[in-house]
Design a protein around this ligand. Sequence first.
Ligand code: ADP
Ligand code: MG
Length: 639
Amino acid sequence: MADIINLLPDNIANQIAAGEVIQRPASAVKELLENAVDAGATEIQLIIRDAGKELVQVIDNGKGMSETDARMSFERHATSKIQTIEDLFRIRTMGFRGEALASIAAVSQVELKTRLRGTDLGTYIEIDNSAVRKQEPCQTAEGTSIAMKNLFFNVPARRNFLKSNAAEMRHIVDEFIRVAMAFPLVQFTLNNNNTQLFYLEKGSLKQRIVSILGQHYNARLVSVKETTDYMDVNGFVGKPDTAKKTRGDQFFFVNNRFIKSPYLHHAIMNAFAEMIPADSYPLYVLFIDLDPEHIDINVHPTKQEIKFDDDKVMYAFVQSAVKHALAQFSITPTLDFELDPGIQQLDAISKPFTEQQQTQSASGSLYKTFTQANQAHVIDNSSNLKHWKDLYDIGKSDSFSTGRSSLERPPVDRSSLDTGGPSVNTPLQNEEASGFSASSSLIDERWQDTTIDQKVPVQVHQRYILSQIKSGFILIDQQAAHERILYERYQRALQDSPVPVQQNLFPQTLPLLPADAALIAEMLPDLLVLGYDLEPFGNNTFVVRGTPADIQTGNEQASIEGLLEQFKNFSNDLKVNRREQLVRSMARNNAIPAGKSLTTREMQNVIDELFACAMPTSSPGGKYTYISFKLSDLAKMFG
Ligand code: ADP
Ligand code: MG
């Protein structure tokens, strides 16, 4: 019998292997960008033509390659990043398999130009179908440029598999964003068919997020930061009101590698529970860093999955880090740095740990990891509590102090929430003081059993809300406060996040005076963004198709008439432009009036939303929204 086994020629073996690594232009984008990052580049350009089918080129100012390395880099299993199997468990670079360049060279025509930092002459190499066509010295900038041309020119079946340019381009942008997001200190640009799609300056992570995902997130990101001996989590989540109905703004990185983890996604959704509508997704950009020993990245090169030593720890850690961050953001005056006596009454504290509980929690890895130095969940007084801190800082010498009245135009970039919004309970502030070690059930308890009666806000004369804070108490004018909240919400609506319209089941007609009708007709587009869907019906009449969701059914017409009234009052003030007038009118018209009694929940919402505002101290018209009373001053008053 004749022997039938052959060794495959290199180019075929490489082509087969390439199938794993390079499936589409975007896969090459990812590999080339990661190589540039691994090379220590601080500026990286990505140049695309014809959605990458014609050209994917990455130019970096990284460390470059020697002549020999340049040639070697295209061999299969050629890598400078690991030498022994142990290295795999210490891996800090993005690449390590030494397959990417070999794969790219097997399925395209490649031109490499590279110059090692500190040398005079660079190397030029041309390869196609795994064969070197040309190699010569060349003049080139320090760093590396790799151009992948005519992807799959030699594998027509796979070329036919490529999708439309729009679809391939979307994949490319996705990969670009994932790498760029993880390295804000590196400048990235993306050019497609000679048009610049992205120019990302070096900067902070926050700046990077905003420049990639949109200006509307500016100042609406909540910082997440927890450190333990086992792992760190760092990054941002969007304030609840930035949650979107569509996905796309969710990013997880483990040791700077983008991963998809439905499991950790779930942990975050859980942390946001009740703060956002069930079918919406909050922004998150979170970086988990842990010793590479605890993860297995040796999975399929293009799969974005990862295995952890202990999934449950990750879940609990991520969830509580996000909850903690959100609790700080809600900035409720009940967020107090003193441990409240009420907390001592909680079972978790007052009842001794049973032996069984002790062994249970001590053997859990949460205990091990969270009870060490730098433990998570200790509130950092310095973070994010801007307005909350204002409560302490204002008018130290006065016997009572007020929110400043200010004529500045508020920067409208802070968030506030719809009624029915945040219900973050106050976290117990200090684990050490509260004397319990965290097991996962206790962590949950921390977030549930924390309603502290003493601090439930109280309504005074159906006009003011009295709320205890650390330094004393504050008295909030419910109407002025709500006006401020709505004002900022409507400003945002005009900028980028329209107020949802609630369609009326039975559209009503609204007959108006000719002058009013003309006024309304001019403002229709703005009104729509603000939640009023009106349609001209001829004869100075409009059909009211929808109103903002928070207007009570039956009140639609009154709400529009009231708005018109307010608007006309403002119209005398010529300094204020029309849109501003409209927003102020709407805020005034729709604000909770004095004389309306509020539930505890409603009061809490007003407090939460007020302190999430950019300018919580005054109403749009310049009235104080609250006055604070200091314990020390009260004591003086009592003599
Ligand atoms: P890996 O990244 O897994 O090591 P690659 O095939 O992507 O494998 O790259 C092979 C080697 O080529 C790398 O280990 C690195 O030494 C070198 N290399 C690739 N791209 C660059 C670059 N842009 N700058 C400097 N060296 C590079
Ligand atoms: Mg690589």
